[in-house]
Write a protein that binds this ligand. Structure first.
Ligand code: 13P
Length: 249
């Protein structure tokens, strides 16, 4: 079964609503004939506008985080139900920047992923090793442990619908992309972990993206690898022309 490629832009903490409007309006015609799923993940404040502007287009909207509770005393957080009611379809969960700077753990990543699925939002679950971990030969261990923890308690049928992003921390925002062989091998290891946890069918259905300095220049080579089903794009998603080129790798 062929997996449909999915290219997602993670805008991180960039773009005011007026800037977002300009970027989205520029992007819509450039990706209208894309052969893959196209997702953009703007900051929370841009989401209502992003959903409205992309209605009737082939661009889906994702959030950059989601809380696990439906509502309550969680100052500063946004629930999956809120996102769903807005028309948001995806949520990035467990990005390394959240793990690094905001105390995200494997356990909270799992809780966020479960809450997203329950509300009908597709989580894009991020995993990836640091440079020190790669150099110590721990990459496989790290990503398979992160994958196992993130998917704990989720049923196979739901796992088939979610997206995983393999983002080596050393490749994020550094201009230093993993080689296509490194990315393919580690994504293969994530898929093997899923097969071990569930079954071959489940592992073959899950879409796994690569993220980390992916850009118009390297997208085609990465996307040609058999295990790589898409990209999670940071810097290059902030310019309509660049993101469109990645989308049309
Ligand atoms: P860059 O593409 O800027 O390296 O960011 C990757 C990333 O973290 C996407 O989530």
């Amino acid at each position: 079964m062929a997996r449909r490629p999915i290219i997602a832009g993670n805008w991180k903490m960039n773009m005011t609503p007026s800037e977002a409007e300009g970027l989205i309006k520029a992007l819509i015609p450039l990706v209208a004939d894309a052969a893959c799923d196209v997702v953009i993940c703007p900051p929370f404040v841009d989401l209502p506008l992003a959903v409205t502007l992309t209605q009737g287009t082939n661009i889906a909207i994702g959030a950059q985080n989601v809380h696990w509770a439906e509502k309550g005393a969680f100052t500063g957080e946004i629930s999956a139900t809120m996102l769903k009611s807005l028309g948001v379809q995806y949520a990035i969960v467990g990005h390394s920047e959240r793990r690094q700077y905001f105390g995200e753990t494997d356990e909270t990543v799992n809780k966020r992923a479960c809450a997203a699925l329950q509300a009908g939002i597709t989580p894009i679950i991020c995993v990836g090793e640091s440079l020190a971990q790669r150099e110590a030969g721990e990459t496989e261990n790290i990503v398979s442990n992160q994958t196992e923890a993130a998917l704990a308690g989720i049923g196979a049928e739901e796992v088939k619908t979610l997206v995983i992003a393999y983002e080596p921390i050393w490749a994020i925002g550094t201009g230093k992309t993993a080689t296509k062989e490194q990315a393919n091998e580690t994504i293969g290891c994530i898929r093997a972990t899923i097969e071990h946890m569930f079954c071959r069918d489940t592992a073959q259905a899950v879409r796994i993206q690569y993220g980390g300095s992916m850009n118009p220049g390297n997208a085609a080579a990465l996307m040609a690898m058999p295990e790589i089903d898409g990209g999670l794009i940071g810097g290059a998603s902030l310019k309509a022309e660049d993101f469109a080129k990645v989308v049309k790798y």
